[in-house]
Design a protein around this ligand. Structure first.
Ligand code: PLP
Length: 449
């Protein structure tokens, strides 16, 4: 049984250490990341001894947690500009804590009525945002699973017998080369094979060219995938034009809006998703721009029945007929975390408006970076950003080496990507602590390097 006093003391320590960690991170005091070699780190944390012998107490737990936090990557730090992982807000963190204690794995309603109902209402809100009035959805552990789930629903529509008979050889999926790699993975997992993934024609920045959508004769098109926005560039495909092409031909239109769907909460940015309501399926990651911890992603479909057709499974110990909102028929996962709670608590605390202001603020800050870099000699910025992702270069030298130096100094954590075969530096503005001063000092540091 839990020793309630010990739990209360340890929880208090956790809150105190986390509060100091986030406060210091937001002020940019400590390095944004450390890269201590794993063997040295395992030693410093006393991992092998603790695994073998146990015996952690509240006092030694405090020491462990402090070092653990010091050695991690700080997503609340103004210099964290690397990946699209949320700088989590505390209501979502509270939800993780509640889940850790209650562990209501709500794939079936009876294993957590409150958690399942929260998920249902969060999904209803998300469906409303993308314009799927008669739609259905489910939360999954991440965007990659969400893409797979949506494409399974598309496969069930194109070939209802595929679950039992496998996929026919003439089935293809259309996607731009810039689509997230989870799409290519899903294609193989679904049994189509990579040769069935037909690359779409794009402009110089990787966006689908709606005027050059292909005439695929002799093949059955299972789905067309568009991005809102593309992972590498943060640029959006023209959903309205592509959606119209798909509906004229009866092609399943899947929109990977893992990153960009949250722009629907900002009046000034919602237009980037114009035409999303034409989609048959959409995915939306809350652990990107809705400030939840990893992972919580939504699969949303325009017609609810399409999602129910994605899986066909029997399990006599679990399937007793729907007793509320049984979502197990819609997911790869059997056991699931209480994913809806973290989205709900962020919404309930900040409101849709507060989250929309967060998205708008990060998009505006990225745009400011683009202006600052554009106006400085030596920097090249190949396009005007549409989101909080910006690609750029400094000089003609090795861009990866610049990134490496910044990370070694611990001042900034950037990512990089190839655009048209040329390596670029890439920033993703996630932390609310990143401001104009941060961006100016990033440019100064790169110049100095
Ligand atoms: C556009 C897009 N789709 C899907 C994914 C995969 O999401 P996850 O990391 O949650 O599996 C990502 C991740 O960055 C993404 O950018």
């Amino acid at each position: 049984m839990w020793n309630i006093e010990e739990f209360t003391e340890a929880a208090g320590i956790t809150v105190g250490e986390l509060a100091a960690y986030v406060a210091g991170s937001q002020r940019g005091e400590a390095p944004v990341l450390r890269r201590t070699p794993p063997r040295e780190l395992a030693e410093r944390l006393g991992l092998r001894d603790l695994i073998a012998k146990g015996g952690l107490t509240p006092g030694t737990y405090r020491d462990f947690l402090r070092t653990f936090l010091e050695e991690g990557t700080r997503l609340h730090h103004p210099g964290f500009l690397a990946h699209q992982t949320a700088s989590p807000d505390f209501p979502a963190a509270l939800a993780d804590f509640v889940h850790g204690a209650t562990n209501n794995p709500m794939a079936v309603y009876e294993m957590g009525a409150a958690a399942a109902t929260v998920e249902f209402e969060v999904l209803r809100w998300m469906l409303g945002k993308v314009g799927f009035a008669a739609g259905g959805g489910v939360l999954t552990h991440g965007g990659s699973l969400a893409n797979l789930t949506a494409l399974l629903a598309a496969r069930a529509r194109a070939v209802p017998d595929a679950w039992d008979d496998g996929v026919p050889g003439d089935l293809v999926i259309l996607a731009p080369p810039a689509a997230h790699y989870s799409i290519a993975r899903a294609v193989s997992i679904l049994g189509l094979g990579q040769r069935s993934l037909i690359p779409l024609e794009t402009d110089g920045l990787g966006r689908i060219d709606p005027a050059r959508l292909p005439d695929i004769s002799g093949k059955r098109v299972m789905a067309l995938v568009a991005s809102a926005c593309a992972t590498g560039t943060g640029l959006h495909d023209d959903l309205r034009a592509i959606g119209a092409w798909c509906s004229e031909r009866g092609v399943w239109f899947h929109v990977d809006a893992a990153h960009g769907a949250s722009a629907l909460l900002s009046d000034r940015h919602a237009h980037l998703l114009d035409g999303v309501e034409l989609a048959d399926s959409v995915i939306w990651d809350a652990h990107k721009m809705l400030r939840t911890s990893s992972l919580a992603a939504a699969v949303l479909v325009r017609r609810e029945a399409d999602l129910d057709a994605a899986f066909k499974q029997e399990a006599s110990y679990l399937f007793y007929g729907d007793q509320g909102f049984d979502l197990i028929n819609r997911t790869v996962e059997c056991t699931k975390a209480e994913l809806g709670l973290k989205i709900f608590l962020n919404l309930a605390w900040r409101g849709e408006r507060g989250l929309g202001e967060y998205v708008a603020g990060r998009y505006d800050t990225a745009r400011r970076f683009w202006e600052l870099a554009r106006d400085r000699p030596g920097f090249t910025v190949p396009y005007e950003p549409e989101s909080n992702i910006v690609c750029f270069r400094h000089g003609d030298g090795d861009q990866a080496a610049i990134r490496e130096r910044l990370m070694r100094d611990g001042s900034f954590h950037l990512s990089s990507t190839e655009l048209g075969g040329v390596r670029h530096l890439r920033i993703t503005v996630m932390s609310p602590a990143t401001d104009d001063r941060t961006l100016t000092s990033l440019l100064d540091e790169i110049e100095a390097l």
